[in-house]
Design a binder for this molecule. Structure first.
Ligand code: FE
Ligand code: FE
Length: 192
């Protein structure tokens, strides 16, 4: 694997300054949370760095890469190709940045929608994306506080609920993986 500094320089040339700044915020939060929850800090650093590596791709390019890589294209992703910046980001991370680690690639792939049975690294990247210092939206402080507590699942449930509530409020399409992700965490709590 390329050294982190090299990955960082390569990425910086690909992202708009605002997106790059967001990315560095996600890296810091992800490393901090990995430390807090006992995840691999190096994996968190790399996954955070590359999570939005396909964010600036045009919708049609995301669709082209997704179909040539045989990613499943459901009705919702066809209407909202930006949802593909996660799964396509994982492909780009592998092909352009040389990342082979499955755990890192999955955390990148699912950072936008979440998924059923998320790994600790998935959860960390998903949350870091929402709470990095540049984020400012109603409820961000409550979510930051939830992330400081011991139960990362509670923080994820709060983040999923916020997302679903927001998308519903604008009558938008909610990806089923987001519903699955939230339900899986709630079921886990009920069955505990
Ligand atoms: Fe993203
Ligand atoms: Fe992001």
């Amino acid at each position: 694997m390329k050294p982190y500094k090299e990955l960082q320089q390569q990425l910086q040339g690909q992202l708009k300054p605002k997106r790059y700044k967001h990315t560095l915020g996600v890296v810091d939060c992800a490393v901090e949370m990995a430390h807090q929850f006992g995840a691999n800090e190096e994996k968190a650093q790399i996954a955070g760095l590359l999570h939005d590596c396909a964010k600036n791709y045009a919708g049609k390019d995301l669709l082209t890469i997704a179909s040539s890589s045989h990613l499943p294209l459901d009705q919702i992703t066809l209407k909202k190709p930006q949802l593909l910046h996660g799964p396509v980001g994982a492909i780009v991370a592998q092909n352009k940045y040389g990342i082979q680690d499955e755990e890192i690639l999955k955390a990148i792939a699912y950072h936008t929608t979440g998924r059923r049975n998320m790994t600790l690294l998935d959860k960390i990247i998903y949350l870091a994306d929402f709470i990095e210092p540049g984020r400012d939206y109603p409820g961000v402080e409550k979510l930051r506080k939830a992330c400081e507590k011991d139960d990362i699942d509670n923080a994820c449930i709060l983040a999923f609920s916020n997302t679903i509530r927001y998308i519903a409020s604008i009558s938008g399409l909610i990806h089923p993986r987001t519903i699955d992700a939230r339900n899986a965490l709630i079921l886990k709590k009920i069955n505990q």
